[in-house]
Design a protein around this ligand. Structure first.
Ligand code: AMP
Length: 175
């Protein structure tokens, strides 16, 4: 990763204590999205590392959409949304996973990928890894080949990476 991109993330993330629940420190990356030069630096970093090794990009709802669309545009590929339950009109596959309290479901559309297409999955933050694990599984169920998971930030103390053992995982900044 370029020093630039890592430093840019560190200087733009805003920690929001006790959001959305007491005890959680929310990593707000919208100030980075709002800064053109900063946004370009992180997208360029991702492209530099992965250009040529993926055929399409999948973004995880919702902040992953912002990043995935920019990566796709820069690489000249298409972009596919991985959505929370109930949003897609033509669901092909669903994967449910456990949250701290309760359960979440992610879905992907019919015809998302051509068989064997290499898919780069993109999100803003890797925490416990449940969302990423479910997303990678969805990609594979839909016939894609997971080229890797990219996140801007990884919360190392939550060990999400362990859950993704054997997967290609790239985080630009680990805290
Ligand atoms: P997890 O499944 O625990 O890895 O959570 C990852 C998903 O939840 C990502 O889509 C993140 O956008 C979001 N998320 C989890 N924890 C945080 C946090 N502390 N700050 C910002 N986003 C978070």
């Amino acid at each position: 990763m370029t020093q630039d991109a890592t430093a840019v993330i560190a200087s733009h993330v805003v920690d929001v204590p006790d959001f959305p629940k007491p005890g959680i420190v929310f990593k707000d990356l919208t100030p980075l999205f709002a800064d053109g030069a900063a946004f370009r630096a992180v997208i360029d970093d991702i492209i530099e590392r992965y250009q040529g090794s993926f055929d399409t990009v999948a973004g995880i709802e919702a902040r992953g959409f912002v990043l995935a669309a920019a990566v796709a545009y820069a690489a000249g590929t298409g972009v596919i949304p991985i959505r929370k339950a109930g949003k897609l009109p033509r669901v092909a596959h669903s994967v449910s996973y456990a949250l701290e309290y309760g359960e979440a479901t992610l879905e992907i559309s019919e015809g998302a990928f051509k068989p064997g297409q290499r898919v780069l999955v993109v999100d803003d933050v890797l925490a416990t890894g449940g969302t990423a694990e479910a997303s990678l599984e969805l990609v594979e169920r839909a016939g894609g080949e997971a080229a890797g998971l990219v996140v801007l930030m990884e919360l190392g103390f939550l060990n999400g990476r362990e859950r993704l053992a054997g997967r290609e995982v790239y985080s630009l900044l680990t805290v």
